[in-house]
Design a binder for this molecule. Structure first.
Ligand SMILES: *Cc1c(COP(=O)(O)O)cnc(C)c1O
Length: 466
């Protein structure tokens, strides 16, 4: 399998290179040059890790041997507390939750990052190389990345989070990891600022080469790849459960568009998916794009679902590349225009094909609190605010036993306990395995929102490039 850049001018790479470089040198994102079909027996019940290895194999073949890969996948999902890895729950006839939060840091990012950390180790060992991972987080990616990369000998890990804009549990899950290869930077700015700083470090070619920069945020295709799997297991479960073979639709609480893009690839691989429903909080650039055909940036507002407080959804570029028929030069022009003017309008043809497979809805904080309270009363289930945005989108979109809808539950309620308590009066307890998280010592560095300060910090702390 070859991977090509969405901007068309960076060299095409194999999986091992794509894994380690993340962002392409032309500023684009790597996409697979073709989408392999799902295994024929995708809907047969079997252990999660087994199906996962089978689905992902065509994407990694040639870079790792099959046995090693299967073992890494199996090992990754042993770190999950639930034996199903992604357990399913029926809420109402036609409405289901896929619980993606049983990994070590209580959010869906673990599903991909537990595997990506192990793939990094394997690939770097094979090459005798080391890398410096730099990443931006709105809260959940950072902790999942740190948990996946801590103490790995060939990796130093620098994670930028927006100072004061992540929840206490999120912050502590990052800052209480005192491993020698982990560095937390609290940037005075928003998540988009953090993301821009990371992109700027990658664009600084001398810096990038000297420190062997590598990315594990959702622009890394390996993460998207691992996320394809649970769309498949969830659709298979629903179809077995209700005995239908109608397509299954998904609601995806969305920020950077990585998760929903994985659902799109699952559909292209042959999974019978109805609609992919994008659920946004008050940061509604995507619902506005899907209803008007214009993508227009506004300021980021802080909400109860901080992991979705994003205005520029990086992974959308992968879909835009498809809409442009794989014309990297056209995507390059489009993205530059968007950078410059903060707005861009799709032509009607592209907008129509975008709208045919996707729907998008917005839910603000008050809707989200109402949902959390209602589902607690009616179903005795506590959902986190991101999942609540998803449930609101599900209600706006509609569902029935003939048109089943799966809402991806992207975080454990205890990760956002304040919001859950505000809505329901019940404070969800942290799972026992997180232990004394709230008492442990923290370590992080507060830095200004500028490239020089961040690069200077990396320069003094990274072990490669000195
Ligand atoms: C990261 C995250 C999201 C957004 O996912 P994207 O892939 O960035 O769209 C939603 N919910 C939670 C809890 C997250 O951590």
């Amino acid at each position: 399998m070859r991977y090509v850049s969405t901007r068309g001018s960076a060299p095409s790479l194999d999986f091992g290179d794509v894994l380690l470089v993340g962002l392409a040198t032309d500023g684009g994102l790597y996409v697979p040059s073709e989408v392999p079909s799902l295994p024929d027996d995708w809907d047969v019940e079997r252990p999660y890790a087994e199906l996962a290895a089978a689905i992902m194999w065509p994407y990694v073949e040639g870079c790792i041997d099959a046995e090693t890969f299967a073992a890494l996948v199996a090992d990754s999902y042993r770190s999950f507390e639930h034996p199903d890895v992604v357990p399913m729950r029926q809420l109402e006839p036609g409405l289901f939750l896929a619980e993606l939060f049983w990994g070590p840091t209580l959010a869906f990012k673990d599903v991909a990052l537990q595997l990506v950390g192990r793939l990094f180790d394997e690939e770097l060992r094979r090459r005798g190389d080391r890398v410096t991972v730099v990443g931006a987080t709105s809260g959940d990616t950072g902790s999942a990345a740190i948990e996946a990369l801590r103490d790995r000998v060939a990796v130093d890990c620098f994670i930028l989070h927006p100072n004061g804009r992540v929840s206490e549990v999120q912050r502590r899950q990052m800052t209480t990891v005192l491993a020698d290869n982990v560095f937390n930077l609290a940037v005075d700015g928003t998540f988009d600022d953090c993301q821009d700083l990371v992109k700027a470090m990658f664009a600084d070619e001398a810096f990038r080469n000297r420190f062997h920069l590598s990315a594990v945020n959702s622009i890394n295709f390996a993460r998207v790849l691992a996320q394809i799997v649970y769309f498949v297991t969830a659709a298979a479960w629903v179809r077995r459960r209700i005995g239908v073979d109608s397509p299954v639709s998904f609601v995806v609480p969305t920020g950077n568009f990585g998760n929903v893009y994985a659902g799109h690839l699952a559909r292209r691989a042959g999974l019978p998916v109805g609609q992919l429903v994008v659920a946004s909080n008050a940061n509604d650039i995507l619902p506005r794009l899907f209803t008007t055909g214009t993508m227009a940036q506004t300021g980021v507002v802080a909400t109860l679902s901080p992991s979705m407080d994003i205005q520029v959804s990086s992974n959308l570029e992968r879909l835009l590349w498809e809409l442009h028929g794989g014309d990297g030069a056209a995507v390059d022009v489009l993205m530059r225009r968007f950078r410059e003017h903060g707005t861009v309008t799709l032509d009607p043809e592209q907008w129509r094909s975008l709208s045919s497979g996707f729907a998008a809805y917005r839910a603000d904080d008050s809707a989200c609190l109402d949902i959390m309270a209602r589902y607690y009363r009616r179903h005795d289930v506590l959902v986190d605010p991101h999942t609540a945005v998803g449930l609101s989108a599900a209600e706006q979109h509609g569902y029935s036993p003939e048109r089943p809808l799966v809402v991806l539950a992207t975080a454990h309620p205890a990760k956002f306990a304040d919001a859950v308590a505000q809505a329901t009066g019940v404070r969800p307890a942290l799972p026992a395995r997180l232990g004394n998280l709230l008492e442990r010592a923290e370590r992080y560095e507060r830095v200004a929102n500028d490239l020089q300060s961040v690069e200077a910090f990396v320069l003094t702390h990274a072990r490669v490039g000195r």
